[in-house]
Write a protein that binds this ligand. Structure first.
Ligand code: SIN
Length: 505
């Protein structure tokens, strides 16, 4: 009898394959303790590949969120006065433990997000690089002494930590989006309450387990889990409580707009990393085979579920047919859809049915307006309800939603262009402005495109631009603020001006 193979927790059924995963937690982490929701209610976290229950976690509400904010506020009074060297040491220790536990962390990510294990390993390495980077950066968050206009006075600018930061993170990179924010804010001397996505809270809890083992002091890094039902009321506390001084959010522009509105009441700082609609532009001088390889990375990383993922492929008419043919071959030969733990799989499921419906609708709308599907274009039901085929669309027009909206799925939309001016106009005709990609061997053209593309990030001849060292972020409706680099830590500080007068007395 099938049921005997499962372990029943309360009314949930946890599948046996998850029992050996020692970083799986089923409590939230507040003030250095593993806690339940005050209501005692839990919700199930499921694997999007097969709907199996991985764990159940506390369904926390507004009161729990308030308690976590108070905890972070109390911890701030100590953490803010620690030396940069001390903060650096704590972050380094956490980094070391995360590195040691990379494989276990990767398994957690694959279980809850469905992404192939190789990609989860990549995310852990990427996520850990932020802890390492900010362990170093902690000691270089400097102030300034500015030559004063007065002979007997000095002007000092110092950087002070903001206070409690509410960290609200998405499901597409459930680990790296946390370390990128938390590494930075801890380096700056802030404390936080993290609310991970309800789809993927387990990587956040695994990170908390390792933070505890690393000796991160109580109350600095708190993780509260909440289902979709409570997300709005918890989010309201995290944005409006007076103790919170900054809201750091990665996710959709729609939700970012709501959080920005809530933050406005308390004149709180925001760090928003929102949706993109990245152009991927190929000029005739480019090495087309290389551009195709990079296109595969820029599009199919995390199965297209990335804000920086290439969304609109603008291909010069001289190389259009070659590019489209090459893309068709690559998708047919290289994209292997399946369960993230299976050997050889390159694309997992989409995160949930809602996402499948959004992607399907965008493709159907494009087809109804004259786009043509060369590969894919439908759900692979025999694999599971969330598996959407890697898809190639041609004859895409700016009037189609697949062009104007962020697709967040494995769909390559190709548009032909003729001149530099024409492609710039089309590429910039979006309210988003996160990442952009340009392929050309013409140096002047590379500089012109870099300066005229209205995007926060421009990759010339590359399909991947994310790392801990550069300043990651968008303009227009793609966000406010930068993550990574020294600027990422400075986001969590405010400048204090001290006038030192009476120096002649
Ligand atoms: C995102 O898609 O939200 C971030 C991706 C990245 O950090 O590269």
């Amino acid at each position: 009898m099938v049921l005997l193979r499962f372990r029943i927790i309360k009314n949930m059924i946890v599948a046996p394959q998850y029992r050996q995963m020692h970083l799986l937690k089923n409590s939230a982490y507040v003030n250095g303790e593993w806690v339940k929701a005050s209501s005692n209610v839990v919700f199930a976290v499921k694997n999007p590949a097969d709907d199996s229950v991985i764990a159940e976690v506390p369904d926390m509400d507004a009161a729990d969120a308030k308690n976590a904010v108070d905890t972070a506020a109390a911890a701030f009074e100590t953490w803010r006065w620690t030396t940069a060297k001390e903060r650096s040491r704590v972050l380094r220790k956490w980094f070391d433990l995360c590195e040691e536990n990379s494989e276990e962390l990767a398994k957690v990510i694959t279980a809850e997000s469905g992404k192939p294990l190789a990609e989860s390993r990549g995310e852990i390495s990427y996520g850990n690089s932020f802890l390492e980077w900010f362990a170093d950066t902690a000691r270089h968050i400097n102030g300034e002494i500015i030559p004063s206009p007065w002979p007997t006075k000095q002007i000092l600018l110092t950087r002070q930590p903001l206070g409690v930061v509410s960290v609200i993170t998405p499901w597409n990179f459930p680990y790296a989006m946390i370390t990128r924010k938390v590494g930075a804010l801890m380096a700056a001397g802030c404390t936080c309450v993290v609310k991970p996505s309800e789809d993927t809270p387990l990587a956040a809890l695994a990170a908390a387990e390792l933070a505890e083992q690393a000796g991160v002091p109580k109350g600095i890094f708190n993780v509260i889990t909440t289902s979709r039902k409570n997300a709005a009321s918890v989010g309201k506390v995290l944005c409006e409580d007076h103790a919170v001084r900054c809201i750091s959010f990665t996710g959709s522009t729609g939700v970012g707009r709501i959080l920005y509105g809530l933050a406005a009441n308390g004149i709180k700082k925001v760090a928003l990393e929102l949706g993109g609609n990245a152009p991927f532009i190929v000029f005739p001088s480019a090495d087309i085979e290389y551009a195709l390889d990079q296109a595969m990375l820029a599009k199919f990383r995390n199965n297209g579920q990335a804000c920086v993922g290439a969304n609109r492929f603008f291909i010069h008419e001289d190389v259009y047919d070659k590019f489209v043919k090459g893309m068709k071959n690559r998708i047919s030969q290289k994209c292997v859809l399946g369960h993230g733990t299976q050997e050889g799989v390159t694309c997992g499921p989409l995160i949930n049915l809602k996402q499948v419906k959004i992607v399907s609708k965008l493709v159907e709308d494009a087809i109804s307006q004259g786009a043509k599907v060369l590969v894919g274009g439908k759900v692979r039901k025999e694999l599971g309800a969330n598996f959407y085929e890697s898809t190639l669309l041609v004859n895409v027009k700016p009037s189609m939603s697949v062009f104007s909206e962020e697709v967040f799925g494995p769909v390559v939309s190709c548009v032909k262009f003729n001149t530099e001016e024409e492609v710039l106009k089309m590429a910039n005709s979006t309210r988003s402005g996160l990442a952009s990609y340009v392929f050309t061997k013409d140096l002047g053209q590379a500089f012109r495109m870099s300066s005229k593309l209205e995007f926060g990030m421009v990759a010339i001849n590359d399909g991947i631009l994310s790392a801990a060292e550069p300043a990651f972020g968008g303009i227009k409706e793609s966000g406010i603020g930068r993550e990574g680099s020294k600027h990422g830590a400075e986001e969590y500080t405010e400048l204090k001006y001290t006038l030192m007068s009476g120096l002649d007395k």
